[in-house]
Write a protein that binds this ligand. Structure first.
Ligand code: ADP
Ligand code: MG
Length: 391
């Protein structure tokens, strides 16, 4: 109690007992007696803090209905002061598979054991960073509005998640399939693999436009699991169209990550060469270097040299104010059209301050949450007594 009083900078006798009692009664705090003696913020308490911040900033004024319950989130509509209906995604890691994740306590030690609020905030921050980067590159994603703590605010996407579309209801399944595959390919061209690309995270509207959602678990094409995850995403989509839409999918034609990566690498090389040849290249230009040590067959952009990549990031981060990045679809100085070299969004998002440790931590927690939701895998239940820890 002394600690509470000193951290909160409340005068002794300033009603701390009463305040804590009322926070407990409203389930914003709960009592902790195992890891330490004291009080812990609940998800409800965290919700209140985030919503208070978002209303104070004038981002939202009212909450609407719940439109989705994911494995790791609750989705609500909300109103902006301008009357626009937007979406609030409240990340809730640790809710469904508390015991399963908890077994991996090692991963969580560095940020205090089982700190789901911290992980949920990390998930929201990553999701928002990816959404902004993708939106700036004109990917079909929701418009990012704001983020606070574990909450992301984004535009409401019209339409239905694709899993709700029944066989025969799609006017042009081949076009929708193409759109889905093209999203995966274009992500890969920008250095990203979604890792949960499926009919639950693709929204189809009445004109059969496809929008991609749900980004906290995305990885770089340089990640050691990238190819496996890409194949899983692609095959998941293929299976949905074959089984659920009864649409014949040509499995020999499915995109492959190494081919996409080396195609982009070749593009990057030739763009660097063209720039050097036209004299536009400067000391900061990694183009000639890339030409020397470049290897067209080298996977994962290894040939490009760091300078070239840094330059791309610098270029793009100027446009991070949510403006579209026209440099990506640009023309030469003399106005000639050239094939656009995709910006490495994986590097861009990483540069915005996520550590490898945090990324791993989060991916572990998300993966565990998903596994956990599908069955807790022989958990011995020894830690059952703690289940109440997550609200
Ligand atoms: P989770 O990470 O828990 O899977 P999602 O981001 O996939 O959460 O959202 C869960 C569901 O909520 C989606 O399947 C979709 O139906 C709905 N949803 C999420 N974001 C939006 C949005 N921006 N517009 C419309 N519906 C959305
Ligand atoms: Mg989802």
């Amino acid at each position: 109690m002394q600690l509470v009083i000193s951290i909160a900078q409340i005068r002794a006798g300033g009603g701390v007992h009463k305040a804590i009692k009322s926070l407990m009664a409203n389930r914003l705090l709960s009592r902790e007696s195992q890891a330490y003696e004291g009080y812990r913020l609940t998800y409800t308490g965290y919700d209140v803090l985030a919503l208070k911040a978002l209303t104070a900033r004038g981002v939202v004024t009212a909450i609407g209905r719940k439109i989705g319950v994911g494995k790791e989130s609750d989705i609500y509509t909300a109103q902006t002061p301008e009357g626009e209906e937007v979406v609030l995604k409240l990340h809730r890691l640790g809710r469904t598979s508390f015991r399963a994740v908890k077994k991996k306590r090692d991963y969580l030690k560095s940020k205090s054991a089982g700190n789901w609020l911290y992980l949920s905030r990390l998930a929201a921050m990553r999701e928002y960073a990816f959404m902004r980067a993708l939106y700036a590159q004109r990917f079909p994603v929701p418009t990012p509005k704001d983020q606070n703590r574990h909450v992301v605010v984004m535009s409401l996407v019209p339409g239905y998640p694709m899993y709700q579309v029944r066989a025969g209801e799609m006017g042009h399944p081949e076009q929708v399939l193409d759109a889905c595959m093209n999203i995966a390919i274009d992500l890969a061209r920008h250095g990203l693999v979604h890792c949960d690309l499926n009919e639950f995270n693709l929204i189809v509207d009445e004109h059969e436009n496809v929008t991609l959602i749900d980004f906290p678990q995305m990885i770089s094409t340089s990640h050691h699991n990238a190819e496996e995850m890409f194949d899983r995403d692609i095959h998941g989509i293929a299976k949905f169209f074959r089984m659920k839409q009864r649409f014949p999918v040509d499995y020999d034609q499915l995109p492959k990550l190494p081919a996409i990566v080396s195609e982009v690498e070749a593009l990057r090389l030739s763009a660097g060469l063209a720039q050097a040849a036209s004299g536009a290249g400067t000391a900061a230009d990694g183009g000639d270097e890339a030409a020397e040590d470049g290897d067209l067959a080298a996977p994962m952009f290894l040939g490009a040299g760091d300078d070239a990549e840094d330059e791309e990031i610098a270029l793009d981060s100027q446009g991070l104010g949510l403006g579209f990045d026209d440099a990506a679809a640009g023309a030469d100085a003399d106005g000639q059209e050239r094939a656009a070299v995709p910006v490495r969004l994986d590097l861009e998002v990483k540069a915005s301050g996520f550590t490898d440790e945090d990324e791993d931590l989060l991916r572990q927690a998300i993966a565990q949450a998903r596994e956990g939701a599908e069955g807790e895998d022989g958990d011995d239940g020894a830690e059952d007594g703690d289940d109440g820890e997550v609200e």
